[in-house]
Write a protein that binds this ligand. Structure first.
Ligand SMILES: Nc1ncnc2c1ncn2[C@@H]1O[C@H](COP(=O)(O)OP(=O)(O)OP(=O)(O)O)[C@@H](O)[C@H]1O
Ligand SMILES: [Mg+2]
Length: 233
């Protein structure tokens, strides 16, 4: 299945005279699941924001190849474009359910479908019982779960997850993994940043790292788990 492909060339971000990175070319194709690593302050968030189109690069061209008419007819029309999940969950004044439903409003779904998708997303992430709570009473991890539920409900073509499991317990990381696998099955692509490999990053089929202002394509790590099975990290 073929959906949105994101290509970039000559991409750089510079703050004042400090070059964060220069990337001659980059491609994210449908089905790509990329684990992006790099030290604190190296430029991961800046790169994701540039890819999401919410930050202008210092140089470079971004090209989003949209689905063809045939692909849209084959069912890709329900997908949204690139979604960036902020490192600190970015939520609106309202209830948990309103936050998840927010993005669906512009998607031509009827109210019933919006409600069903919202509740399904909250069920998958384990927040159904808090759907009517105001966002301000939630814990940090719960807020990250709301952000994940909202992103999943939108069925993005490309999901950029910036340390989305930093505050999550192992069960919540598993729930995020199930949602991410569902998106991959539907032809989305993902970039996930995390300072710690976990079951979510193990879903990734590529590993990138920002080092010395360059984007390096790394071999996937193969860790041995408790049962002596190799797992990707
Ligand atoms: N608007 C800005 N103006 C100046 N400097 C900035 C700006 N935004 C980010 N920076 C700097 O750019 C560097 C890279 O920031 P970025 O958030 O991309 O790093 P990161 O790799 O995501 O780090 P972390 O792992 O801590 O999240 C940091 O040193 C940061 O202070
Ligand atoms: Mg960051």
């Amino acid at each position: 299945m073929s959906q949105i492909t994101l290509e970039a060339s000559d991409l750089s971000v510079k703050y004042k005279h400090r070059l964060l990175f220069h990337i001659p070319s980059l491609k994210i194709a449908p089905g790509d699941a990329i684990y992006l690593t790099g030290q604190n302050g190296i430029g991961k968030t800046s790169l994701l924001k540039v890819l999401a189109g919410i930050q202008k690069p210092t140089s470079g061209i971004l090209n989003l190849r949209k689905p063809t008419l045939m692909q849209r007819l084959a069912g890709f029309a329900g997908q949204s474009g690139v979604i960036y999940m902020h490192q600190a969950a970015y939520l609106f004044d309202g209830t948990v359910a309103e936050n998840v439903a927010y993005g669906l409003k512009g998607r031509h779904f009827c109210q019933r479908t919006c409600r069903q998708l919202t509740m399904q997303a909250l069920r998958m992430i384990g927040l159904e019982s808090l759907s009517r709570e105001h966002i301000s009473v939630l814990s940090g991890g719960e807020k990250q779960k709301v952000a994940m539920a909202r992103a999943w409900a939108l069925n993005p073509s490309i999901l950029l997850m910036d340390e989305s499991c930093a505050n999550l317990d192992p069960d919540a990381i598993e729930a995020q993994k199930v949602m991410v696998e569902d998106l991959l099955d539907r032809g989305s692509s993902l970039v996930i940043t995390s300072h710690h490999p976990n079951s979510l990053t193990a879903c990734c089929n590529q590993r990138w790292s920002i080092e010395s202002q360059r984007l390096i394509h790394k071999p996937k790590l193969n860790l041995i788990n408790k049962d002596n099975h190799a797992v990707a990290s």
